[in-house]
Design a protein around this ligand. Structure first.
Ligand code: UDX
Length: 436
């Protein structure tokens, strides 16, 4: 099938590349000429395992190209995906839909034959219907269908998630569009994912409800972790013990410094705004947002407490600043709260992160950067793990400790075992790991 993908952000680029890998002819479009030039040179603008190789393969096969020329890309396309950003509008929690509407109107103006406009961007309930109205008003001469196809891929595992999804959700209103969407995803049928066909509104709600539920699950285990610390229980045992219950499930029960990233913070906020406006408030999700924000601040206090009540004048090694491993994304990362709080209390912070420096340097002014964990920890009073990169899991703790001036290890992701850290000479603090 001929596919156009409008927007080469995380979701757009990964989806476009994966659809081309299915064998479809895909043209990816972006207004950002510098980005398109980079893509045309074979460079990936984001760090995502496997993306570069898949991109190269499909460009070489002639199935994938990049352009700023929306009209040319859309001409003759059987499906035009819109995967532009929906950032939080400044000063409130609503999703900013101006990019979505602008893209839909530009596509409608450029279409030369019947087509389907598929919204991949995360959009509040009612947006697809509004796009449909605008498109019909702009092009009464053409049959343009609208479908909602939210994306559930995780950064760092995006290719795997796209190729082996738990489910594909599609909101459609007519049979022809349903068939077109089935054809697009047919290569996945071999692996048997469930395709959920539903209304436009339900598809939109599924995306927000899924993210809000996962954010709630993480926040729940984070609060249980705090209680474990007070009572002597161990949150990892508790997570395993409850996660084996099939009704609960073991995923997303890792206690940590709070969730971050491009989706959970933005989508939970937008969902609560929708709830408030519909006079159907989501009090659980509202509380999750509050608890998560407070948690990030609390983590800085945890580090300060572990350092004996003050970090003034102390060197602190920070291991990992991206919002999670295998990405260079810093959006809403807990480190953006924790590191400035430590610097504000007089600490000299030295950061190491396998991919975070390019974005992180400007976002974390006043911090120094090291090439590896040993260099970061040299002469430090404390080492603090904020992001659980694999490179840190295998560290030689004895060597790390020997280079340090102090013995404090604060492991906000529970990647080390207390006994091993203690054997290496560390005073160890994890998350939710009571000492009884
Ligand atoms: C998320 C959703 O998982 C994905 O389906 C959606 O499309 C986009 O948002 P992503 O933001 O890439 O994906 O990362 P995810 O792996 O879900 O992690 C989000 C945040 O939660 C990270 O900060 C992570 O560290 C944190 N997290 C996750 C925990 O603290 N504990 C967990 O058990 C899981």
């Amino acid at each position: 099938m001929r596919v156009a993908m409008i927007g080469t952000g995380y979701v757009g680029l990964v989806s476009g590349v994966c659809f081309s890998d299915f064998g479809h002819d895909v043209v990816c479009v972006d207004l950002d000429a510098a980005k398109i030039a980079r893509l045309n040179r074979g460079e990936t603008p984001i760090y995502e395992p496997g993306l570069g190789a898949m991109m190269e393969k499909n460009v070489a096969a002639g199935r994938l190209s990049f352009t700023t020329d929306l009209a040319a890309a859309v001409k003759g396309a059987e499906a035009v995906f819109i995967a532009v950003g929906t950032p939080t509008r400044r000063g409130e929690g609503h999703a900013d839909l101006s990019y979505v509407f602008a893209a839909a109107e530009a596509v409608a103006a450029a279409l030369t034959g019947p087509s389907v406009i598929v919204l991949k961007s995360t959009v509040p309930v009612g947006t697809n219907r509004e796009v449909k109205r605008r498109v019909a008003a702009a092009r009464p001469d053409l049959a343009i269908a609208v479908a909602s196809n939210p994306e559930f891929l995780r950064e760092g595992a995006a290719i795997e998630d796209f190729m082996r999804p738990d489910r594909v959700v599609v909101g459609v209103e007519d049979d022809a569009t349903r068939k077109a969407m089935k054809r697009l995803y047919r290569p996945l049928n071999l692996r048997g994912p469930s395709m959920v066909f539903t209304s436009l509104e339900s598809a939109e709600m599924i995306k927000y409800a899924a993210n809000a539920f996962l954010a709630t699950k993480i926040t729940f285990i984070n609060e249980i972790a705090d209680l474990c610390e007070k009572t002597g229980a161990d949150v990892q045992s508790v997570a395993r013990g409850i996660g084996l219950d099939g009704r609960i499930g073991s995923k997303f029960l890792h206690a940590g410094p709070g969730y971050g990233g491009s989706c959970f913070p933005k989508d939970t906020l937008a969902l609560t705004r929708t709830g408030q406006e519909a006079n159907s408030p989501l009090r659980i999700v509202e509380t999750v947002i509050e608890v998560n924000e407070a948690r990030k601040r609390k983590m800085a206090e945890k580090v300060i407490d572990a350092c004996g009540g003050s970090v003034a004048g102390k060197r602190i090694a920070v291991l990992g600043v991206t919002f999670k491993p295998d990405t260079d994304d810093m959006r809403d990362a807990p480190s953006l709260t924790i590191v400035p709080a430590l610097i504000g209390r007089g600490a000299k912070v030295v950061i190491v992160d396998p991919e975070g420096r390019r974005e992180g340097e400007a976002l974390l002014p006043g911090a120094d950067w090291a090439e590896d964990a040993y260099e970061a920890a040299a002469g430090a009073a404390a080492a603090v793990v904020i992001t659980e990169w694999n490179a840190f899991r295998g560290l030689d703790l004895e060597r790390l400790r020997e280079g340090m001036a102090g013995d404090v290890l604060v492991d906000l992701r529970n990647i080390f075992r207390r006994d091993e850290a203690q054997a290496a000479g560390f005073a160890y603090t994890g998350v939710g790991r009571g000492s009884v």
